[in-house]
Design a protein around this ligand. Structure first.
Ligand code: ADP
Ligand code: ZN
Length: 215
């Protein structure tokens, strides 16, 4: 069983990879972005607080994110392993996560850094569509649903994320470069970083990850 972090720029395929690994390892997939989107959809207080940051492609303040993740990690299903997708995203979040784990005698096993060229990522995101109900990810050209607008898996409605427009995507890249990319060095120093080519198909990426993890 693994405690994994999926790192990488927006559109690198963290969500797609995490969904597959979650089934493979029978470990919970914790996506901070999905938690926020669900709260926005349901109109909760949290949703109302985070919407303005997400719509602009800015990061949600650390103290909000850290509490959500540590509360989630306290749940029973995380006891033997978990997949963190989209967290940590700042050095401060990583330090707080380490403190939380250390206080319980735990540690992150591996950090998977998905690497891909920015133009490719840009195209992926502009063409990305997501199922409103189950979160399954589609691509209008390379991975369309069988029936337009309807999820293959659950029949839910497929939509485009509000932050997948060209302007917001550009800003998310800039935010990634300045605030999240330093984590690559952080985890390289910790000695558990695996750099994986994320430019191929989801199956190709999965194969590289499985090989690198040795599972
Ligand atoms: P992507 O990796 O494609 O950018 P996510 O779904 O992971 O998409 O994140 C979408 C948005 O949610 C981010 O742009 C940010 O506003 C917010 N968010 C998600 N995770 C975090 C986090 N760990 N810290 C701060 N903001 C976050
Ligand atoms: Zn679905």
């Amino acid at each position: 069983m693994f405690r994994l972090i999926l790192l990488g720029p927006p559109g690198a395929g963290k969500g797609t990879l995490a969904s597959t690994l979650s089934v493979k390892f029978n470990a919970p997939h914790i996506s901070t972005g999905s938690v926020f989107r669900r709260n926005i959809k349901e109109g909760t207080r949290l949703g109302m607080r985070v919407k303005k940051y997400m719509d602009k492609g800015e990061l949600v303040p650390d103290e909000i994110v850290i509490n959500i993740v540590t509360d989630r990690l306290d749940e029973d299903d995380c006891a033997t392993g978990f997949l963190l997708d989209g967290f940590p995203r700042t050095v401060h979040q990583a330090e707080e996560l380490d403190k939380y784990l250390e206080s319980r005698g735990l540690a992150i096993d591996r950090v998977i850094d998905l690497v891909a060229d920015e133009e490719l990522l840009m195209q992926r995101m502009i063409n990305r569509r997501v199922c409103k109900s189950c979160g399954r990810i589609y691509h209008v050209i390379t991975m369309p649903p069988k029936q337009e607008g309807i999820c293959d898996v659950c029949g839910g409605e497929i939509y485009q994320r509000a932050d997948d427009t060209e302007e917001t995507v550009r800003n998310r890249f800039a935010v990634y470069q300045s605030q999240t990319a330093p984590l690559i060095e952080y985890y390289r120093k910790a000695g558990n970083l695996l750099a994986i080519d994320g430019s191929g198909t989801p199956d190709e990426t999965l194969e590289l990850v499985v090989e690198a993890l040795g599972v």
